[in-house]
Write a protein that binds this ligand. Structure first.
Ligand code: GLA
Length: 387
């Protein structure tokens, strides 16, 4: 059974046990892993994530009144009960802020969201830098739009992306960019998604990993991070300040010479990361399109070094697993997502999977760090109706 089918069944069972109803439909949306283009999405840059086959499923039943009842199979996520009028900023907290906040933002975007009973189930690991939150938002958003009778087309998907970003920024209070929500709603199976983040224009980029005899491994350090904490916001503020000092709307419009004009060494380092990371994205896209995906390893390595040294968002666990993966034969490896823990990716040959897995485990044990979990990932589809 696929991850989506399994999570759909669990969500339906939860809807029955929590709220005693059968669903009108079940929707699922994927987590993501970012191949390259980290911490550029709020700087008007380019990134290249792919959707995972792991999903959050949402089973939902339309109600005739304005009540909203939300439940999750996660035992630490308490059920939420409210009305359509009280889902916005300040009204909800915890996991429900993602789900209720999305319903609020979809309503704010002009969709006539009905009252509903809803239950979710997910196998996207939480806090692993794999965007469990955007998968929850996207699943709830598409469920709400379809319960409201909207046709699923590209215009609707763009509306839902904006709403999910708004929910995260204004209700959850995490000032994240739009990479995660965009890939959750627009990904294409078998491809990565090149996102031009300033206008959310996207282009699928066929990866051809299997054809090249390669695999992407995710190494979850199992050290949790929360994006709502101060570090992410501080990086964002540094970038805004660097762009302001350079007289630019977007820091991604800076060139290497502009970076050198910044007097403050910290802002200079942050800008150096953003400018060089956008260049790396462009080079990776060129290589992949030319059928040379096996050559992107050094760019992954360079991205990690830039995130560690210039952007300062890595963590000892990430540095250890990245180094161990490379020593055990990975062609390239880097941290992914917001940082401060979470996951790394390694580009490997399938025959090296066991050696890389053993090496990262041994390296973490030797240093007394949490034991990482590895999984091989393939590119899955975007948010969709399951049944
Ligand atoms: C988190 C955010 C994204 C993005 C990444 C870093 O995943 O949700 O918007 O900024 O960090 O690339």
């Amino acid at each position: 059974m696929s991850s989506a089918e399994e999570q759909a069944e669990l969500a339906v069972a939860e809807l029955r046990s929590a709220w005693g109803v059968q669903p009108d439909g079940v929707w699922a949306a994927p987590g993501r892993v970012n191949l390259i283009g980290e911490h550029v999405d709020y700087n008007g840059g380019r990134c290249l994530p792919l959707a995972l086959t792991r999903v959050t499923a949402a089973a939902a039943r339309r109600r005739d009144d304005d009540r909203v009842r939300l439940a999750s199979t996660d035992p630490s996520a308490a059920p939420f009960e409210g009305t359509l009028a009280d889902l916005g900023p300040g009204a909800v907290s915890g996991w429900a802020a993602y789900a209720a906040g999305t319903l609020w933002a979809v309503q704010q975007a002009g969709v006539d969201v009905p009252g509903m009973d809803l239950a979710v189930s997910s196998d996207v690991p939480l806090g692993a830098g794999l965007s469990s939150s955007a998968s929850l938002e996207a699943a709830v958003a598409i469920a709400a739009a379809e319960l409201a009778g909207r046709d699923d087309d590209e215009a609707l998907r763009h509306l839902l992306i904006r709403a999910a970003i708004r929910a995260e920024n204004e209700v959850v209070g995490a000032g994240t960019g739009g990479m995660d929500q965009t890939v959750a709603l627009l990904a294409e199976e078998g491809s990565a998604l090149l996102i031009h983040t300033r206008d959310l224009r996207t282009e699928p980029v066929h990866l051809g990993l299997a054809e090249a005899g390669l695999e992407l491994m995710v190494i979850d350090t199992r050290v949790s991070h929360t994006l709502a904490d101060g570090q992410y916001a501080e990086r964002r503020a540094d970038c805004d300040e660097a762009a302001r000092q350079l007289g630019l709307e977007w820091l991604s419009d800076a060139g290497p010479a502009d970076v050198e004009r910044l007097a403050d060494p910290r802002l200079r380092a942050r800008a150096r990361h953003v400018v060089s990371e956008n260049q790396r994205v462009d080079t990776v896209v060129e290589l992949v399109r030319a059928g040379r995906v096996a050559e992107i390893g050094p760019l992954l390595d360079a991205s990690h070094a830039s995130l560690r040294n210039d952007y300062e968002v890595s963590a000892v666990e990430l540095d250890v697993v990245v180094a161990a993966a490379r020593e055990a034969g990975a062609l390239g490896a880097r941290m992914v997502g917001g940082g401060f823990g979470g996951s790394a990716i390694a580009l490997i040959r399938p025959g090296d999977a066991e050696a890389v897995g053993d090496a990262v485990l041994a390296a973490c044990r030797q240093r007394g760090l949490a034991e990482p979990v590895t999984l091989t990932v393939t590119s899955g589809p975007a948010a969709r109706r399951i049944c």
